[in-house]
Ligand binder design. Structure first.
Ligand code: FAD
Ligand code: MG
Length: 356
């Protein structure tokens, strides 16, 4: 017979053994450790980081400091910041170039690269149009046609000048850069890099629906990422995609919009026409390695529509896309057939990547 104190000693020993093993993550038999998760509201969205490897709690301070740093360089939200590098570039348009940090320069260059690849469907000089429409702000309104026509000549990413010292110059007064379509992905990529440099091999980063996966799940299986049903309440899924060490980024009509006379005016703007894109799409999801590229490409493919969008996606290695239409048809690029599972009965996968 064991005495009560021997029972307590045995219990403590087993508990300590399990905790030690869990901490090292070496032996199965004890349940696997649950992820350590933190969330913050940053970059105008909700960001959640889930670490599935053991890491010091202080890593979260590093993460939030880095995201804050990116926001404080690249935001154009004048209610949050007096000045940022982006605001300086925009305020100096038509006058002089502004020297920016390597981070900001990298994001601007990625924006320009996707601008070229998409033949201008993705255009980071969209800022004057974004501020004209005010979609997602307190008082959005449909601008007059003359106002839109006056602004359209300012929207031209190929006019951005970058000199050898890293100065960015917008040659016409009134031009402006908005990195809203690419910088969230860039931030996710920077956090993924930080985690990997700290030896973390299993983590999931959710930047307001822009997902970046570090490695696989700890047991080696892929992450199962839910794709939002664009026509349903948040959290209701259209399907699930399985990925490891990749990013899954969606651009859609359902987060920032207003309705007027039965028409939805959303935040993805056509740089040629000056109006929210109306091509029947409700969302485009892009799956690729780099989250900044996925972010920009999802916006670009949305603007381009299915035919040109799938051509763009097919031209880039290891990149796939899901196009979702308001009539509930879903189009998948070839590499997704085995890793995407449609879970909503309201939708159907179209056998062809091209709509009639
Ligand atoms: P995406 O499709 O990835 O991007 C759409 C956005 O890109 C639009 O909102 C517009 O900004 C821009 N865009 C529209 N059309 C085009 C086009 N044809 N080509 C290129 N770009 C286009 N939001 C707030 O409400 N408050 C904030 O304080 C705030 N701060 C931010 C700070 C930073 C650094 C960044 C990057 C974003 C911030 N946002 C803020 C914006 C917010 O997070 C946006 O909702 C988000 O960037 C849009 O991302 P998305 O994934 O929903 O859509
Ligand atoms: Mg985007």
């Amino acid at each position: 017979m064991r005495t009560p104190s021997q029972f307590i000693q045995s219990f403590l020993f087993i508990t300590c053994f399990c905790v030690g093993v869990l901490g090292l993550g070496l032996i199965s038999g004890c349940p696997s450790p649950s992820p350590v998760t933190e969330s913050r509201l940053m970059l105008g969205t909700s960001i959640t980081i889930s670490l599935h490897d053991k890491a010091p709690r202080s890593i979260f301070e590093e993460i939030w400091t880095l995201v804050q740093d990116i926001e404080s360089r690249m935001s154009i939200n004048a209610t949050a910041y007096d000045t940022t590098e982006l605001m300086q570039i925009n305020r100096s348009s038509g006058q002089q170039g502004v020297k920016v940090s390597d981070d900001t320069l990298e994001v601007i260059k990625e924006g320009i690269r996707i601008g070229h690849l998409s033949d201008g469907a993705f255009d980071i000089t969209i800022a004057p149009l974004v501020s004209l429409w005010q979609i997602g702000q307190d008082a959005p309104a449909i601008p007059g046609e003359e106002e839109i026509s006056a602004i359209l000549p300012l929207i031209e990413y190929s006019k951005i000048q970058i000199d050898s010292e890293g100065q960015v110059f917008l040659p016409h007064e009134g031009m402006g850069i908005d990195l809203g379509g690419v910088a969230k992905g860039y931030a996710a990529g920077k956090i993924a890099e930080l985690l990997k440099s700290r030896g973390i091999s299993h983590a999931l980063l959710d930047f307001g629906g822009d997902i970046a996966a570090v490695g696989s799940k700890p047991n080696g299986s892929p992450w199962r990422i839910g794709i939002q049903d664009p026509a349903a309440n948040r959290g209701i899924l259209l399907g699930i995609i399985e990925i490891a060490d990749q990013s899954v980024v969606t651009s859609g009509v359902y987060e920032r919009y207003f309705f007027l006379d039965g028409i939805r005016y959303h935040h993805i703007l056509d740089p040629d026409q000056g109006y929210p894109v109306r091509n029947g799409l409700t969302s485009v999801t892009v799956i690729t390695k780099d989250p900044a590229t996925a972010d920009a490409l999802s916006t670009a493919a949305f603007v381009l529509g299915l035919e040109k969008g799938t051509t763009l996606i097919a031209s880039i290695n290891d990149t796939e896309a899901i196009f979702v239409y308001e009539d509930k048809q879903v189009f998948l690029t070839d590499g997704l057939q085995d890793i995407f599972e449609l879970t909503s009965e309201e939708y159907a996968i179209s056998p062809s990547a091209y709509r009639e």
